[in-house]
Write a protein that binds this ligand. Structure first.
Ligand SMILES: *[C@@H]1O[C@H](CO)[C@@H](O)[C@H](O)[C@H]1NC(C)=O
Ligand SMILES: *[C@@H]1O[C@H](CO)[C@@H](O)[C@H](O)[C@H]1NC(C)=O
Ligand SMILES: *[C@@H]1O[C@H](CO)[C@@H](O)[C@H](O)[C@H]1NC(C)=O
Ligand SMILES: *[C@@H]1O[C@H](CO)[C@@H](O)[C@H](O)[C@H]1NC(C)=O
Ligand SMILES: *[C@@H]1O[C@H](CO)[C@@H](O)[C@H](O)[C@H]1NC(C)=O
Length: 484
């Protein structure tokens, strides 16, 4: 992980040797900033690019929020003395206007093309503009050390009516086929999602609260596809038409210090979705939205989530997995030092009837719940329309531990709910220091288990008496449940 960052910290000489001579619109970073000078000196000309490199730290609203400030990354602008740092490709130098209405797509394409071809380049979206671009794929391969720096506002056209007919409606900004890229900045990616959320095909947005038939495609705001060694840090990203971030087919991803925000009633606005992606770190971020805070789909391995605050929203979710009798595998996911508040779910694993494969090696450690419905839930009967038949196979859920999960739950649902498959029980669930109290009112439903095997290392609050001991024979050597 962190290749891009490491490259940027190479000795200045490395950068000199390769740095974009003869490229129009170029400018350079320089070291040794006057401390406290702020560093925001974006002109319009692009001759003197500037960069604010300290990531935005999401605002704290109380003392439980776990976001940590980050050290400056060491690249800050100063006077144009020596060309010893990466080149800056300011989108304005390629014709971007940044007045909030002009379509700047072409300028971004050209700036990308130039930056991509240059070592240690920074594509700069300057802080004094609001730039609108249409669906764009920024693809590699590119030279090493590329940074896409959003210090201003970057946004798509305002809603479906303004979306160019020829553009993909499933995605907006796509980064593809890259190795060692950083997306960062002190600015905002503004999704302008409202008109998408209100389409009559969205849940209950049709006439009289109905849901009209689709297609109901809405764009993911930022998608990383088939890429590796990615860093995403410090940005504010809000009001996405659908998922805010999606990583698929990637590896070695570090997300740090993001602030993601959409209204609690915005449909399908997952904060960060990961799928078919390995070695992912999601740290020090705050996410509030109308769907899953973080969702983890099939083919995700080694996902490390730390210091994340979620809510309102639907909590941290593994799944849904195994739809249409598919094989699904997720392994080695850790969630540590998280806060989940005012959410419909807390820590959720959801699978469809009829799948194959396994969810294994899941660690939930030190999670604070505040007024959360379904704090701890495994649902192997996941179904959208309540008409799913029970089937004879399922994705196996195993080796899941809940340690030091405390706080308060919304009494409308049982705080602990393990609804495992009849034919493929959940196994080796371990619970220790799980203490959940009603946020207000009285517990309505006791903890629930069905086909769930595991142990309590310390007595839970509320007490859970329904976990079964041992291991069911039925599971041994079932080849359908094997992953890699
Ligand atoms: C999580 O937050 C703690 C306390 O602020 C900090 O010491 C730690 O480095 C953070 N973890 C990560 C992975 O950034
Ligand atoms: C909405 O409900 C009202 C009152 O029930 C009814 O008069 C009206 O026809 C309904 N509109 C549609 C489009 O179904
Ligand atoms: C699980 O993750 C840890 C740390 O993220 C890693 O060291 C370990 O190798 C992973 N285990 C497996 C089985 O992938
Ligand atoms: C599926 O199985 C569960 C557990 O045995 C049961 O509670 C539920 O009613 C079944 N659903 C259907 C549609 O048969
Ligand atoms: C049960 O799961 C834990 C991780 O939660 C793992 O360390 C342990 O080895 C598993 N036990 C068995 C018997 O597989």
């Amino acid at each position: 992980m962190g290749v891009a960052v490491r490259l940027l910290l190479l000795p200045p000489l490395m950068a000199v040797a390769f740095c974009c001579y003869g490229v129009s619109g170029r400018s350079h970073f320089h070291k040794k900033p006057p401390r406290g000078s702020g560093g925001r000196r974006s002109g319009g000309g692009g001759k003197e690019g500037s960069v604010v490199s300290s990531p935005v730290v999401p605002p704290a609203d109380d003392d439980t929020q776990p976001v940590t400030p980050q050290p400056p990354t060491g690249i800050v602008p100063s006077d144009p003395a020596t060309p010893d740092e990466p080149c800056v490709f300011d989108v304005r130098a390629y014709g971007a206007v940044g007045d909030g209405t002009t379509d700047d797509t072409q300028a971004f394409r050209e700036a990308w093309k130039a930056a991509c071809a240059s070592d240690f380049a920074v594509l700069l979206v300057p802080s004094d503009g609001t730039f609108t671009i249409t669906t764009t794929t920024f693809s590699g391969p590119c030279k090493p050390g590329l940074v896409f720096q959003v210090d201003g506002v970057l946004m798509p056209p305002d809603g479906p009516d303004c979306w160019p007919a020829s553009d993909n409606r499933r995605q907006w900004v796509v980064f593809s086929n890259l190795d060692g890229m950083t997306l960062r900045g002190s600015g905002t990616i503004e999704g302008n999602g409202e008109d998408w959320w209100n389409l009559p095909c969205k849940p209950h947005r049709g006439p009289n609260g109905s849901t009209l038939r689709g297609p109901c495609d809405s764009p993911t705001l930022v998608r990383f596809f088939m890429s590796r060694n990615l860093v995403v840090e410090g940005l504010r990203v809000e009001n996405s038409p659908e998922f805010h971030f999606r990583f698929d087919g990637c590896s070695d991803v570090r997300v740090d210090g993001l602030y993601i925000s959409s209204p609690a009633n915005s449909p399908n606005t997952d904060g960060i979705h990961v799928e078919n992606t390995e070695r992912v770190a999601i740290y020090n971020s705050r996410i509030s939205n109308g769907d899953d805070c973080i969702s983890i789909g099939t083919g995700s391995y080694d996902v490390d989530i730390q210091n994340v605050t979620c809510g309102p929203g639907h909590g941290i979710s593994i799944g849904s997995l195994g739809v249409h009798n598919s094989q699904a595998c997720v392994a080695n996911v850790t969630v540590r030092n998280a806060v989940i508040r005012n959410s419909d779910n807390g820590l959720r694993i959801k699978t469809w009837q009829g799948g194959m494969g396994a969810v294994s090696g899941i660690t939930f450690d030190t999670v604070v719940m505040e007024n959360v419905r379904n704090c701890i839930i495994v649902d192997q009967y996941y179904c959208l329309d309540k008409r799913c038949m029970n089937q004879s196979t399922a994705v196996h859920v195993t080796d899941v531990s809940y340690t030091n999960v405390r706080g308060s739950y919304d009494v409308r649902a049982a705080p602990i709910h393990f609804a495992c498959s009849d034919t493929v029980p959940c196994t080796n669930i371990t619970m220790s220091e799980v203490e959940l109290l009603p946020a207000s009112g009285e517990l309505v439903d006791d903890p629930f288990c069905w086909s769930a095997y595991g142990t309590q290392q310390t007595p839970t609050i509320p007490p859970i008496t329904c976990l079964q001991e041992g291991l069911p024979d039925a599971l041994l050597d079932n080849p359908d449940l094997k992953c890699r």
